[in-house]
Write a protein that binds this ligand. Structure first.
Ligand SMILES: *Cc1c(COP(=O)(O)O)cnc(C)c1O
Length: 388
């Protein structure tokens, strides 16, 4: 099976991991701050905190902004469950803003409309809005930031797909138009630590809270203590936190991987351009990428033509049968049974639902060979034209 995404592990990566295994610290040693320095360097943010997953990163990012019961967080339905679930962990409610049918990112027009309608009706405005850079394509952050100023919400970017992406003069993760940005280092993402995530921010107050929340709410930093240090052994718990720490084994893998970030994205770009060319002039739709942004190209998604002889489901099954590891990103989060239990109903975000009915993710990763890619293209084009 040609996978839709796959990690790339080199001898350098193995050596970096083995060096940690032979060192004094498997966790809370020097590899973690080195990885965080790499994340700061790649993003340009003032602060970076690595944690054990992007799910944990989202959780502490929301908590750092005091999201809790009585609050509501808005996000895109075209995302992985964790973006929304992490708000539920905080006891907050969630709601969804429909997507743009071309970029497949949260629609700024839909956001502006929903904000205006909510305010006019005297409803609860969101405390946090979470744009998701779907497939690595940056959202229109300047427009979202303008709405954030007007309506007084915080912005957390879910950049799980988008490390290495940029728009205009801004790198994703620099938080030029947001309070915090979250990354995932799951093996199908751009760079991996096995499991892992990170939060970046430029705000010193949020940085202090993220550091506490990731490790039991405890500190050895006198600046954050209520009292005074009683000696070298002394620590204080000043809030309720978690053990969301990343190990040094993971961090060393991440630092080694991060050195190849540019190559990874360039490798994805070459392959995406080949797909663009292959599907231009056919009825097969693709995600629109902005000319003044650089997508990290985590995913290459197709919109299967509605009037094709083969249904999306048949096409999907045929591709699987042909050993092509197709996938679907995403089922709108609120269509999940758990969210139906919370009161969500189909019809909430028509553009996201229409896209979901046509979506197929085809293989895209830096190790995808030209032969395999040609085979994917040929199979997709044949199926789109097929009558049976
Ligand atoms: C992968 C992903 C997450 C969760 O990441 P983990 O590191 O697996 O917790 C969250 N949001 C989006 C958009 C993702 O793709």
């Amino acid at each position: 099976m040609i996978p839709y995404g796959r990690q790339d592990i080199t001898q350098e990566d193995r050596d970096a991991v083995l060096a940690v295994l032979d060192s004094d610290f498997l966790t809370q040693g020097p590899a973690l701050p080195a990885f965080e320095a790499a994340v700061r360097e790649v993003t340009g943010a003032a602060h970076a905190f690595a944690v054990n997953s992007a799910t944990s990163a989202l959780h502490i990012a929301y908590l750092a902004l005091d999201l809790g019961p009585g609050d509501v967080l808005w996000t895109s339905p075209n995302t992985f469950l964790a973006t929304s679930n992490a708000a539920l962990f905080c006891g907050a409610s969630v709601d969804f803003v429909d997507i743009d049918p071309d970029t497949l990112n949260l629609s700024v027009e839909a956001l502006a409309k929903k904000l205006a309608e909510t305010r006019a009706a005297g409803g609860r405005l969101p405390k946090i809005v979470v744009p998701v850079h779907f497939g690595g394509e940056p959202c229109d952050m300047a427009a979202i930031a303008a709405l954030a100023r007007e309506y007084g919400f915080a912005v957390v970017e879910d950049a799980s797909h988008a490390i290495g992406a940029s728009y205009g003069n801004h790198r994703v993760g620099a938080c030029a138009h947001s309070d915090m940005t979250v990354f995932s280092f799951h093996p199908v993402k751009i760079v991996t630590t096995g499991e892992g995530g990170a939060v970046t921010t430029n705000r010193a107050d949020l940085a202090d809270r993220l550091g506490l929340l990731r490790s039991h709410g405890m500190t050895r930093d006198e600046r954050l203590m209520r009292g005074r240090s009683a000696g070298g052994w002394y620590y204080e718990q000043v809030t309720l936190g978690f053990n969301y720490r990343m190990t040094d084994i993971q961090a060393a893998l991440g630092t080694s991987q991060m050195k190849r970030l540019d190559d990874y994205i360039a490798g994805r770009e070459t392959r995406a351009l080949l797909y663009d060319e292959a599907f231009a002039g056919t009825d097969i739709g693709t995600q629109r990428r902005s000319a003044d942004a650089r997508s990290a190209l985590h995913l290459y998604v197709l919109r299967w033509p509605k009037d094709a002889a083969l249904s999306r489901r048949e096409a999907y099954d045929r591709m699987r049968a042909a050993d092509i590891g197709v996938n679907l990103h995403y089922i709108p989060v609120y269509l999940q049974p758990y969210y139906a239990d919370l009161g969500f109903r189909p019809g909430l975000c028509p553009a996201a639902e229409a896209y979901h009915d046509q979506a197929i993710t085809i293989p895209l990763h830096p190790r995808l060979t030209r032969n395999d890619q040609d085979y994917v293209i040929e199979t997709v084009r044949k199926l789109a034209k097929s009558n049976s």
